[in-house]
Design a protein around this ligand. Sequence first.
Ligand SMILES: [Fe+2]
Ligand SMILES: [Fe+2]
Length: 285
Amino acid sequence: MKTTTLAVKPVRRDLRFTFDSKRMTNWHPDGPHASNFYNTLSVFFPEGEQFFIDSVRHYRDKKQINNKKLLAEISAFIGQEAMHGREHRDYNAAIAAAGLGGEQMDAFVGKLLQTMRKILPPSMQLGGTCALEHLTASLAGYILEDESFLEGADEHMAAVWQWHALEETEHKGVCYDVYEHVVGQDTKAYAIRGSSMIIAMSIFWSSVLPFWLYMNYRSGAMTDLKGWRAGGKILFGRKGILRHFSKDFIDYFRRDFHPWDHDNSAQLKRLEALAQRFAPPAKAA
Ligand SMILES: [Fe+2]
Ligand SMILES: [Fe+2]
């Protein structure tokens, strides 16, 4: 495992954020389309991250993991994703309160993942988790390494996304290491990993894009061409997510791929200041 050569040790942090429903469509300086792109991603997190946790927990609970370091990393991974889910539920409540339809989308994601739990074997559920963890870690890397993604955004909302991006980076190797530990690295394991990536990306992007459109419709922004251009830049622009991710997507199909091949651990220095700023106040004795 390549993480053994890096001093990255994920840690569960209990941070608390607050969300203002009045700012949901304008917290990003590029307006509703840009704000709603991030809002749409948020809708996927609580159910999605619970699916990630369950797919890893399945193997841990069956005692198929005997590496102490990996077991400690799994506990931290579960703790981090649980905290992300909790905070994004509050974020999504603000999206719903703003009338953007987040609650229907959340219910759709929940049903979709319940179906995946029923029809896919555990190895493919874990493969799907690795694929989506690669996507989230890649998106996190773009946000952290190119400040223009969140430049000028509401300071509090930018902090939420930076916190999530930093922790996604911190634990980006965990599910992948679990996959290699329990499913393996042979040709069959590689085929499951690759096909899981294709299935996960097809389902994810074919859900995100209509949800984003719908949220823009609910925001009354369908005819705002300037907004579409600004929001579209995040996805389709020269420095946009899809241009970047097309390379990272292809990279995932290397036989010897590992998430830490891209070592952006220097970014993690930023976590300490965020953790101090958003730690809940200590209870009085
Ligand atoms: Fe997360
Ligand atoms: Fe994650």
